[in-house]
Write a protein that binds this ligand. Structure first.
Ligand SMILES: [Zn+2]
Ligand SMILES: [Zn+2]
Length: 345
């Protein structure tokens, strides 16, 4: 059973996940075999559905049955979860130390049945299916009142933490709102209180005027390199319309998101020659009655603005970053945006 432990000094939480430590020692060999082309070992292939826990959700060809081939996107529980839905989300104080038992959901979203297809090769329809699955899973898990935040991310490339070659995203639903999300909420709330405007809406209108950090835009989305990017070639995909909740996205906006993502990922792929990256969705936590935080969600629909970050992992985090929380980014985002804007697809 895993647990979330609080670090008083750093105000951070760590998931101590014993079960993941018991991952088979020969896992690396397994990946190696797959890379050599022995895809029969891959649990995400058609015909290998029984090598994973039963599916939670799938987008399928009409007439195909769960846990059989014919799926386009398939969601399954992580075999080595960091958190579990069966664990009660008890908050425990052990003298000085605080912990929350490892309650939550840890799911794997297999985005394609094709072992050799990666996000830069996805069609718009495949990206639509991926985002539609994100939407459906967040909506479904929001119904569990014990869940306080649903985090979806994708690791692309081994250096970005991807452990299986076959393209997939992960979802971790947590009994707490993580600090990074909480900081975004607090900052957006403060800005709104002062100006009665949304922070990200204001940021986008400034960016669209300045142009120099913008890579691409369509009717609903803008793709840009953030002003204070932590990483070289960091990209943010932001809705041009105000919305706090990713699950409120409509079909037209979903199409535009797939278009913006396809352009962003392909430009990154071409400019940096297939860099490893993490893609992270930031959306509003499900709105809850939390007695200890009675006005926490008040007007969150007006001040929070969902978005996606793509963080290339081409620079290593070293002692300075780890010790100070400041980042050294050797590529000004204005230059990164220029390279990305000008690269031809
Ligand atoms: Zn595979
Ligand atoms: Zn906004």
């Amino acid at each position: 059973m895993s647990e979330l432990r609080y670090n008083h000094l750093k105000d951070t939480w760590t998931i101590i996940a014993e079960e993941r430590a018991r991952r088979p020692h020969d896992y690396a060999t397994h990946i190696h075999e797959e890379e050599k082309g022995d895809i029969s070992l891959c649990p995400f292939e058609y015909g290998n559905e029984d090598k994973t826990p039963p599916e939670i959700f799938a987008i399928r060809e009409p007439g195909t049955l769960p846990n059989t081939p014919g799926w386009k996107v398939r969601v399954i529980p992580n075999k080595y979860p960091a958190v579990r839905i069966e664990t009660p989300p008890d908050r425990i104080g052990e003298c000085f130390y605080d912990k929350v038992m490892g309650f939550g959901a840890h799911e794997v979203i297999v985005e394609t049945p094709d072992h050799f297809k990666h996000i830069q090769n996805f069609s718009k329809e495949e990206l639509n299916n991926m985002f539609l699955t994100y939407k459906e899973r967040i909506k479904s898990l929001s119904g569990d009142i014990r869940i306080r935040y649903i985090h979806i991310f994708k690791n692309h490339g081994k250096e970005a933490g991807k452990s299986l070659v076959h393209s997939h995203s992960q979802l971790i639903a947590l009994p707490k709102i993580p600090k990074i999300v909480e900081t975004q909420i607090n900052q957006s709330r403060e800005y709104y209180r002062e100006k009665e405007r949304c922070l990200i809406c204001d940021e986008i209108s400034q960016e669209l005027k300045e142009v120099k950090r913008v890579i691409y835009e369509n009717d609903s989305f803008v793709v840009l390199c953030p002003y204070a990017s932590l990483f070289p070639f960091e990209i943010r995909i932001v809705p041009k319309f105000h919305s706090h909740d990713f699950t409120a996205i409509n079909d037209q906006q979903l199409n535009d998101l797939s278009d913006a993502t396809q352009i962003a990922v392909n430009k990154l792929y071409k400019t940096l020659v297939n860099p490893p990256f993490n893609m992270i969705l930031y959306t509003s936590p499900p709105i809850r009655e939390i007695p200890a935080k009675s006005d926490y969600f008040y007007h969150i629909d007006r001040f929070y603005h969902w978005h996606i970050e793509i963080l290339p992992r081409i620079a290593t985090l070293a002692g300075f970053e780890l010790g100070t929380g400041y980042y050294i980014n050797p590529t000004p985002p204005e230059d990164a945006a220029k390279f990305l804007r000008e690269v031809l697809l």
